[in-house]
Ligand binder design. Structure first.
Ligand code: ADP
Length: 307
C-alpha cells in the first residue's frame, strides 16, 4: 500500500434551507473531510491508498465506507457502537451562498485512539498523510496521530502533514504550538499562507517556507489559492502559478493539490513536476461543486496541461 491517509470523514447533507420546514429544490447526502478527499484524489491518480479512521456504526458510517470503496480507496476503519459518525450540514439558502454547520462533538472520529490504528499498514506504506484537524479533535485523536507518526518514523514511511487549521476547533495559540510539534516530526509540510503565518510568524511565502524547513521537514509547500504555490525542498525553491480555470467551488482544491503532489513524489518526479501536477489537480478541483467530486484523473490533467 503506497499511502495511508489518517483522519476523520464526515457525513454531508446539502440542503436549500435548514431550520424551517420548507420545500427545497435539492437535498443531497454525501461525505467529505480533508484526509478522505486526499485519499480519493490519490486513488483517481492510480495510487493505492488506505483511509484510516473511526466511524459510527450507523447509516452515515456505512455510506462513507461504501462510497470510498467505490472510489477505489481501501478503508481501514473501526466502528464505534456508542458514538455517531460526525455530520456537516451545508445550507444553500440562495445560489452562490452557503453556510456550513458541524456536528462532531462526541462523534466516533473524535474518539479515535492509538489502539484503533492499523499500525502494520502504516509501517508498510511509503507515505503517511495527516492533518491538523485530527490533532484538534481531542486528546485521543492527538495520541493516535502521534502513534501513527511513531510507526511511520520507525519504518521509514514519509510523513506528510497538511496543517488544515480549523479555527472553530481550537484557539490560535494552542493550534500554533501543536502544529509546530507535528511539523517538526514531518518530512513534507503543506500550509495555506495564513496557516504558514500561524506556524512561523512570517508573512512572505519564501520566508514562511524557510521557517518551516527550520522546524525539521525537508519539503515545505505554501499553497496560495488562485496565486498558485511556493515550495522549498532539499534546498531548491520553486514558484508555481495557478492554472487559469473558471472556478465554481474552491472547497477541496488544497486536498486535490496535496494528492497531486504526493502522487508525483511517489513516482520520483522533480519538485517542478510535483508542483505542476499539484496545481493542475487544485485547479481542476475548482471547476465543479463538491469537496472531492471534481478530483482529477490522469486524463483530466493531460487535458489541462495539453491545452
Ligand atoms: P487550501 O484550500 O488548502 O487553502 P488553496 O486554496 O491554496 O488550498 O488551493 C490549493 C491549490 O489549488 C493552489 O495552490 C492552486 O494551485 C489551486 N487553486 C486554488 N484556487 C484556484 C483557482 N481559483 N484557480 C486555479 N487554481 C486554484
Amino acid at each position: 500500500m503506497s499511502v495511508v491517509a489518517l483522519g476523520e470523514s464526515l457525513g454531508l447533507l446539502v440542503a436549500g434551507r435548514i431550520g424551517r420546514l420548507e420545500l427545497v429544490p435539492t437535498m443531497d447526502l454525501g461525505f467529505g473531510g480533508a484526509e478522505s478527499n486526499v485519499a480519493i484524489g490519490l486513488a483517481r491518480l492510480g495510487v493505492p491508498v488506505t483511509w484510516m479512521s473511526r466511524l459510527g456504526d450507523d447509516a452515515l458510517g456505512r455510506l462513507i465506507e461504501r462510497q470510498l470503496r467505490a472510489e477505489g480507496v481501501s478503508a481501514a476503519t473501526t466502528l464505534d457502537p456508542t458514538a455517531p459518525t460526525a455530520l456537516m450540514l451545508k445550507e444553500r439558502p440562495a445560489a452562490g451562498s452557503s453556510a456550513v454547520s458541524y456536528y462532531r462533538a462526541g462523534s466516533a472520529g473524535s474518539r479515535l485512539a492509538p489502539e484503533h490504528l492499523d499500525v502494520a499498514r502504516i509501517r508498510e506504506a511509503r507515505i503517511l498523510h495527516i492533518t491538523g484537524i485530527t490533532a484538534a479533535l481531542g486528546a485521543g485523536p492527538r495520541a493516535a496521530l502521534d502513534a501513527a507518526i511513531d510507526a511511520a518514523k520507525d519504518s521509514g514511511t514519509i510523513v506528510s502533514f497538511d496543517v488544515n487549521h480549523r479555527s472553530r476547533l481550537w484557539s490560535h495559540a494552542t493550534a500554533a504550538f501543536a502544529y509546530r510539534e507535528i511539523a517538526a516530526r514531518a518530512d513534507v509540510v503543506f500550509a495555506g499562507d495564513d496557516e504558514a503565518e500561524l506556524l512561523t510568524g512570517e508573512r512572505e511565502p519564501a520566508a514562511q517556507a524557510a521557517a518551516i524547513i527550520e522546524l525539521g521537514p525537508t519539503q515545505a509547500i505554501v499553497k496560495l489559492g488562485a496565486e498558485g504555490a511556493y515550495a522549498l525542498a532539499d534546498g531548491q525553491a520553486v514558484e508555481q502559478l495557478a492554472f487559469p480555470v473558471h472556478a465554481v467551488d474552491t472547497v477541496g482544491a488544497g486536498d486535490a493539490f496535496v494528492a497531486g503532489y504526493l502522487a508525483e513524489l511517489l513516482a520520483g518526479a522533480s519538485l517542478t513536476e510535483r508542483l505542476r501536477t499539484a496545481a493542475a489537480c487544485g485547479a481542476i478541483a475548482c471547476t465543479a461543486p463538491g469537496d472531492w467530486e471534481a478530483a482529477a484523473d490522469r486524463a483530466a490533467i493531460e487535458r489541462l496541461l495539453g491545452a
